[in-house]
Design a protein around this ligand. Structure first.
Ligand code: FES
Length: 178
């Protein structure tokens, strides 16, 4: 019998985990970016197809691939749904707390799953403007608190999984299916 205590996931998280929306790559994506730690496997990849309409850069399509947990999949699913059809300026303003609220609330231990999802999106937006060699005035020059949070999460994940690996080689594998 398992000694694990099930996480208090909301019905929305369970629903999107079982049936995620916007899952899989966009073959002709304009930009693809990751957040997470390859060392531990908690990774999210965001694909954006962008078109310019009336001087605005619009997210025509957004999709994701996830190598994270149920909360990560649900966060990426709802994030890609929220930003579809929005301008990149609007998409930039989406926060991980908003994602958590839309999901009916993430357990505190799972906040980092939505931080990674939003972090990947912000990287994708920056990468897009680097690619087209532009810098709109609404895009901050320096990394924002949320972007720094993503980097901190990545560092923490790597440290945590390295420590777990040293303790019990099987533990990090078990972690990936939570
Ligand atoms: Fe959810 Fe790491 S992505 S636990």
């Amino acid at each position: 019998m398992s000694t694990r205590i099930p996480l208090p996931y909301s019905p929305k998280i369970i629903q999107l985990f079982k049936k995620p929306k916007n899952l899989g790559p966009i073959e002709d994506a304009d930009v693809v970016e990751n957040a997470g730690s390859p060392a531990c496997g908690d990774m999210i990849k965001i694909y954006l197809k962008i078109s310019r309409k009336e001087n605005k850069d619009i997210v025509e399509k957004a999709s994701f691939e996830s190598y994270g947990c149920a909360a990560n999949i649900a966060a990426a699913s709802i994030l890609t749904d929220i930003i579809a059809g929005k301008s990149l300026e609007e998409a930039w303003k989406v926060t991980w707390k908003q994602i958590s609220d839309e999901l009916g609330g993430l357990p505190a231990i799972k906040y980092h799953c939505s931080i990674l999802a939003v972090g990947a999106l912000k990287r994708a937006i920056r990468a897009y403007y680097k690619k087209v060699n532009e810098h709109p005035e609404w895009l901050p020059e320096n990394l924002t608190i949320e972007e720094k949070q993503t980097m901190e999460e990545e560092e923490m994940l790597e440290r945590y999984y390295k420590a777990m690996k040293q303790l019990t080689p099987q533990t990090s594998q078990q972690q990936q299916i939570q």
